[in-house]
Write a protein that binds this ligand. Structure first.
Ligand code: CU
Length: 135
């Protein structure tokens, strides 16, 4: 009896997963990045051009972090920037302590971009990764 109810739950979960995938024309890619001890668990990510990518940013630290993605000019501006929080632009995200934030971005140009946490000292500590967009 107990086994049967567990199996029922598993079947429901599978159904939900299947309908989610079937419901979207172009299935969005999901990239999960976990932040732990002020570092990203993946520092090299490759995605295709022109496809929506949902970045799931999991902050396991008891302090806030940021996830900002762009080219060198973008990052240079943010190194000296004064924004306290980021939540209006998909490429600039604040990830509060112990929270998970998702952002979906479509990159239309192939190339290489960096994702960096620009909170004081975090970039120097190593909160840097590279996103490669393939053509
Ligand atoms: Cu940080």
């Amino acid at each position: 009896m107990k086994l049967r109810s567990v199996r029922g739950v598993a079947a429901v979960v599978l159904l939900i997963a299947a309908s989610t995938v079937a419901g979207c024309g172009a299935s969005p890619q999901v990239v999960t990045l976990t932040i732990h001890y002020s570092g990203f668990d993946r520092t090299e990510v490759t995605i295709p051009r022109g496809v929506p990518v949902t970045f799931v940013l999991v902050n396991e630290d008891p302090i806030d972090h940021e996830w900002l993605i762009g080219d060198e000019e973008f990052h240079e501006a943010h190194r000296s920037g004064t924004h306290e929080r980021h939540d209006a632009v998909p490429t600039e995200v604040t990830v509060p302590a112990l929270e998970t934030v998702s952002t979906t971005i479509t990159f239309d140009e192939a190339g290489s971009l960096a994702f960096i946490c620009h909170l004081p000292g975090h970039e120097a500590y190593g909160m840097v990764g590279v996103l490669t967009v393939t053509g």
